[in-house]
Design a binder for this molecule. Structure first.
Ligand code: NDP
Length: 336
């Protein structure tokens, strides 16, 4: 059946400015790391993407290697893009990254110009697109000069294959170096994509300050800690959850008693706010005005719907924030 997006799709979604740029991103964006690959249900992937757009999610995040098999999420996304969203390309922010292992040999990993630009070409081909909106260096490469990696991003933008440049998982010092190099090259760094959730607060110790100073936006990946910060594991490990998938990056050991005790306590607080654990976890990530967007994953339409509905309450009282801090205290990833 031909898909026609809801006319009302922009009425309720909140859009936030990405740093000091001209670009607005939805407060919730959708990533295709899990559940959109060749081993997953195409119909389910399509339903999630359609529902996301209907809810005003304009930003879809990919990387060259999204799995399994590597690259298949791109091919599926490209199919859906051209069948369902073909008349809406200018309403979408589509991103890709390169920096992790993609093909054998010395040119399919890390941060060389050779790898980044070949990878971008492959990604465009898979999605049958002429350009992506943001092209990211997926991780810092300690052995490649920062000038080389950043000049590859700059080239991608100048050649029209990407509209903006971004970085992912760079620490504060690396972010400063990337930002100043890109500025010198004439292509400002638009956005940083770090890991950030109640269970991983590393960026509070420096990265966020650099982003604010440099005017760079911030989109948090794994804001639900891959599903730990939801009600998913409160009564055991469901057979259809990420933990049970052989290619899943969340492992059984991650669902520890310590984590579950924290999630139970968060759940109590969430209920007192009329929210689910996931909704509270996303509101917490978005409480900082330096955050542009929370980049979620999902395995079903209802999760996308529930997470977007949570945007109705992003406010926290100081008592609630203190309660959360007390729940998270002694977490090894919390800055000292
Ligand atoms: P999340 O932390 O949002 O975890 C998503 C998982 O949480 C879902 O697959 C689902 O688990 C569960 N979930 C989501 N919503 C709900 C809900 N309302 N109720 C119950 N469970 C829920 O993010 P991801 O780990 O999926 O990562 C998101 C995106 O971040 C990726 O797709 C990718 O684009 C990006 N990313 C970037 C990285 C980088 O290096 N730059 C690294 C990793 C991710 P289940 O499947 O079990 O139902």
């Amino acid at each position: 059946m031909t898909y026609i997006p809801y006319k009302s799709r922009y009425d309720t979604m909140q859009y936030r400015r990405c740093g000091r740029s001209g670009l607005l991103l939805p407060a919730i964006s959708l990533g295709l790391w899990h559940n959109f690959g060749g081993v997953d249900s195409f119909e389910n992937a399509q339903a999630m993407l359609r529902r996301a757009l209907d809810l005003g999610i304009t930003h879809f995040d990919l990387a060259n290697n999204y799995v399994p098999p590597p690259g298949s999420a791109k091919e599926n996304f490209g199919r859906i893009l051209h069948s369902d969203f073909v008349n809406h390309r200018d309403e979408l922010i589509i991103t890709t990254k390169a920096g992790w292992d993609m093909w054998p040999g010395p040119y399919g990993d890390w941060g060389s110009r050779k790898y980044l630009l070949a990878s971008l070409d492959q990604s465009l081909k898979r999605m049958k697109l002429e350009y992506v909106d943001i092209f990211y260096s997926h991780r810092p490469d300690p052995k490649t000069p920062i000038e080389e990696t950043m000049s590859a991003l700059d080239h991608a933008v100048r050649s029209g294959k990407a509209l903006y440049a971004g970085i992912s998982s760079y620490d504060a010092k690396q972010t400063e170096a990337a930002a100043s190099t890109l500025r010198r090259l004439g292509t400002p760094c638009l956005i940083h994509q770090p890991k950030y959730s109640m269970f991983d607060r590393n960026i509070e110790a420096g990265v966020l300050d650099v982003l604010e100073k440099e005017g760079i936006g911030c989109i948090a990946f794994c804001p639900l800690a891959q599903g730990l910060l939801t009600n998913r594991y409160l009564n055991g490990i469901p057979s259809d959850s990420r933990v049970t998938k052989p290619h899943g990056f969340l492992k059984k050991n991650d669902v520890s008693e310590k984590r579950l005790a924290q999630v139970r306590a968060i759940n109590e607080l969430a209920q007192s706010r009329g929210q689910s654990v996931a909704q509270l976890a996303l509101a917490w990530v978005l409480r900082d005005s330096r955050m542009t967007s929370a980049l979620i994953g999902a395995s079903r339409v209802e999760q996308v719907e529930q997470n977007v509905a949570g945007l109705a309450n992003l406010r926290f009282s100081s008592a609630e924030l203190a309660k959360i801090a007390a729940i998270l205290v002694a977490d090894e990833h919390t800055p000292k």
